[in-house]
Design a protein. Structure first.
Length: 364
């Protein structure tokens, strides 16, 4: 396999190292060159799936600000990205696509900004696996996303408050705590749940020394943190839903909707179950949003009622488990769709329990 590493800020000519000798990489006319930028480590298997059945015609170019990312092992070329953002990063991406003859761009880093500039990539002959900018921006705003589905009778939306100061937070917290018991918070615009915190009325400091430091925070500590800020971005205060999370991997195709729900249990075990209520809610969301490319919809139960948590407009980290259970290759089908090709598919709807094994890898 061709292995290549280009340091950020260095010359952008494409040189390959094959058996220790340098040679110029010539572009094959029948080769589709696909760029994955700054994807998480579990995309290792997603890249493998996209290349499966392509008879060597898919060449994957990977990049990351972390030069030792494990996904480089399944990429045909690998580059380190500069630590930049905004318009500067868009210009970098456009230049990267031109220099490396990119045919298809599968972005994760700066997705909202890239979707805003999708036309610039298309004018340069690059197809971008990203949905309409207005839709992505709306769904990235959790309050706006909930408002979009407010009139959907078959969709359960949790109660929430949007706050901008500590007084509003305290009022919202008290109202939700009285009705639901436990409360959680996250910033309205948040990627990957980085700001999610489950609020505990009291925290035993000594006990915290013996447990994993997860996403919990005491009410006092959170109120103090918010009170110390002159102001902060919109913060969503909502009930904490203690039930299992259902993660549904989706792709709309001409043949119909692919929707694979995973009930996320403990110890990395996930149960693929085709619950009719979850599938109906998923269908409602997909019709309302008209998302074209792979996405992931998350629900969580309170008692017997599943509530919508969020919609991620990208391939999920657990998509490979859905593909394995349902025997359907979503990354490959999505790539075909990007190029106007309908790849036929059939799903195995047998319910299964799936998991994954971490395998040590030598990066270099």
């Amino acid at each position: 396999m061709l292995r290549h590493h280009q340091e950020a800020g260095g010359g952008m000519s494409i040189m390959s190292v094959i058996d220790g000798t340098e040679s110029t990489l010539l572009r094959r006319s029948d080769m589709i060159r696909v760029w994955f930028n700054h994807w998480f480590s579990t995309s290792y298997r997603l890249i493998e799936l996209m290349k499966e059945g392509a008879d060597g015609q898919v060449c994957v170019i990977g990049s990351n600000r972390q030069k030792d990312s494990v996904i480089q092992l399944v990429c045909d070329e690998w580059y380190e990205e500069p630590d930049i953002g905004g318009e500067e990063y868009i210009c970098f991406c456009l230049e990267f696509c031109a220099e490396h003859h990119i045919d298809a761009f599968v972005p994760r880093r700066n997705m909202v900004e890239i979707s805003r500039n999708k036309a610039r990539f298309e004018q340069a002959g690059v197809k971008v696996m990203v949905d309409d900018h207005a839709t992505i921006e709306l769904l990235n705003d959790k309050a706006a996303a909930y408002a979009l589905f407010a009139d959907c009778r078959d969709l359960h939306i949790p109660d929430f408050y949007i706050v901008n100061n500590v007084c509003q937070f305290e009022q919202a917290y008290q109202k939700l705590r009285e009705e639901y018991g436990q409360v959680c918070v996250k910033f309205v615009k948040d990627e990957g749940g980085m700001s999610f915190r489950k609020i505990a009325e009291q925290v035993d400091p000594f006990r915290q020394l013996r447990v994993y430091q997860g996403s919990g925070i005491s009410y006092e500590m959170l109120a103090e943190a918010l009170g110390s800020a002159a102001g902060f971005d919109d913060l969503m205060v909502m009930p904490y839903l203690p039930g299992n999370e259902i993660s549904v991997d989706c792709l709309q195709t001409k043949k119909g909707l692919i929707a694979i729900p995973r009930n996320k249990g403990a110890a990395r075990h996930e149960r693929v179950e085709y619950n009719s209520e979850i599938l109906q809610m998923t269908d409602t969301i997909m019709r309302r949003t008209a998302l074209e490319y792979p996405c992931n919809i998350q629900f969580k139960y309170k008692g017997d009622v599943p509530y919508l948590l969020e919609i991620n407009t990208r391939m999920s980290g657990g998509l490979q488990m859905s593909c394995l259970a349902a025997q359907v290759n979503i990354p490959r089908i999505a790539l075909g769709k990007l190029f106007g090709r309908d790849i036929d598919w059939a799903m195995d709807r047998t319910e299964k329990t799936v998991s994954y094994i971490e395998i040590p890898q030598i990066i270099h």
